[in-house]
Design a protein around this ligand. Sequence first.
Ligand code: PLP
Length: 381
Amino acid sequence: MTADVGVRPVVRHRPTVAVVDLAAARHNASVLRPPSSELIAIVKADAYGHGAVPVALAATRAGASRLGVALVEEGVELRAAGLDVPILTLTEFPPGSEGDALRAGLTPTLYTRAALDRLLAASAGAGEPPGAQVKVDTGMHRVGVAWEDATVFVHEVVRSGVRLEGVWTHLANAEDPADPFTGVQLERFRSVLGRLRADGIPPGLVHAANSAGRLARRDAWFDAVRVGVALYGVSPGAGVAGAARDLGLRPAMSLRSEVSFVKRLAAGEAVSYGLTHRLERDATVATVPVGYADGYPRALSNRGEALVGGRRRRVIGSVTMDQLLLDCGDDAVEVGDEVILVGRQGGEEITAAELADLAGTIPYEIVCRIGVRVPREYLGT
Ligand SMILES: Cc1ncc(COP(=O)(O)O)c(C=O)c1O
């Protein structure tokens, strides 16, 4: 753990920790950067729970030439930590944030006249006009200028004096390679680019692919790919898991703890709040100091599994705020034994994707929700 990778030292009394392997993040960045496109490392939401500054430093050292964030605050934090590559905010600067954002040298995304006007007002008198990228809505309908109106809007941007540094879109369902809608989105996007070029407007950096697009759609790479979840070694979905495996992505985060209490319970005893699980036979039950306040989903009550002694153990009863229980059968388990909630132990592995399936969510949510109460410990610095 060293200061130059942006890692804050932690004082720790509970053994629950999220171990982040920065060597894995660097490896993932280097294999994810396409041969002739740039890699924009998406480090919003504290790098999906992995730690924005350490991951941004690792990714930029391993081939990411740009960073992407959701919030102005996230970009400002990265600048304050010394990251000097271009940082794109994935939505417009919120009203009133333009001064802070421009002072930090963040690249705005634009898709409305109102945000363009605010940007112009905030940069008036600054000498050089600011640069910006335009986000085109090709069918996801979250944010962006509708693809049918995009050419007119880009003309407005260019006329205003703002430097057009990029044009981009976002794919709604690239996780499902069989969904023809990705092709529809790319077709719409290409038609916007074609019209701009016909009008003599160079679009700047063109990008569309998220992790799934990077993994499964060569035709979505353009000048850059915006990769988030795959950078952390997590597959965006089952449909592209094979491509993630083929690329050799390595999970960057494991969630580990230790057994804090052990007891032998007789068949017929029930456990935890609501007594939702009753033992069918005598069992050694281990308590683990991690709960839903740490981001371990309560939905994994009676469903999740964790590793102790190199074997899978079922989560029994309700996951509580700070603790959960594992059925360890007749095995000798002791206080202090390592518990792996996400990650590898012996020859076994529990992935964020597996827990997400059991909890009825997506792997993104599993890693993003590991709470601030869980210290991050960095390997491979
Ligand atoms: C606009 C945009 N681009 C790229 C990404 C990265 O997506 P992924 O984590 O699937 O790679 C996100 C994340 O949600 C996003 O909102």
